[in-house]
Design a protein. Structure first.
Length: 245
């Protein structure tokens, strides 16, 4: 048992103190990477279409293309009746719409065209033991930390004061991580840290200290409990072995 005590103490010390993290210096403030959603009418960067996004064209007066569904090909193009191939990769939906209006203007006067885009090319990611749902989520152009957590959810095991939003550095810039205290949102309606999310961002919802200790104890004491079971219930083990044959 003395060999067990040391690891237990290490887990306790880590969970009750060292587990907390701080935001990186480049994360918050006027020059910080993360921007508050309430101060911006739209996302920081306009959504740009890329393969394999799906484009749905709404043009009620243009029967040749109205209701057309097109998946952007690897070469960045779509193919439409009346106008042929159109390069759309790297453009915003509004830019594509304007391009299409110019192309069909040879056949229609003042055409009205609107696009819907099903995002299949850009994602953000949610991880952590304290969340109800993990994995990649489609980035739709305007996602906030509040909407992302509303989608993913978090469990009673979460540490809401230590939810971390990280953004990989781009164009030679350093990575950035902001620690979000989500209890300020849920308990006081304080949206100061309701940051806009970009594609490629990562959200981590860690265990709270007590749940981390509980999980650590299970991992350490589990093998001991299993060893005791081997000693005290040999018949059961034999039966299990036979059942698996």
């Amino acid at each position: 048992m003395p060999k067990v005590i040391a690891p237990l103490m290490a887990i306790l010390m880590l969970s009750l103190g060292c587990g907390a993290r701080q935001s990186t210096p480049n994360a918050e403030g006027p020059r910080g990477v993360f921007r508050n959603a309430g101060l911006h009418d739209v996302t920081q960067r306009e959504y740009r279409v890329d393969p394999p996004d799906e484009i749905i064209i709404r043009a009620p007066d243009i029967k040749e293309i109205d209701g057309t569904h097109q998946v952007v090909r690897p070469d960045g193009k779509i193919s439409l009746e009346l106008v042929g191939e159109v390069l759309v990769a790297g453009k915003t939906p509004s830019e594509i719409s304007e391009d299409l209006k110019k192309l069909v203007s040879n056949f229609y006067v003042k055409p009205e065209i609107r696009l819907d885009v099903v995002a299949n090319s850009k994602f953000y990611y949610v991880f952590g033991f304290g969340t109800s749902s993990t994995g990649k989520q489609p980035y739709l152009g305007r996602v906030t930390i509040v909407s992302a957590l509303a989608t993913a959810g978090y469990t009673p095991d979460a540490w809401p004061q230590q939810i971390r939003l990280s953004r990989p550095g781009r164009n030679g810039e350093p990575n950035a991580t902001v620690v979000v205290d989500f209890t300020k949102v849920t308990e006081y309606g304080d949206l100061t840290q309701n940051y806009l999310i970009e594609d490629g961002d990562v959200i981590d919802v860690p265990y709270n200290p007590l749940s981390a200790v509980s999980f650590g104890l299970q991992r350490i004491l589990g093998p001991i409990s299993g060893a005791a079971a081997v000693v005290t219930t040999p018949v059961g083990i034999i039966s299990t072995a036979r059942a698996t044959k």
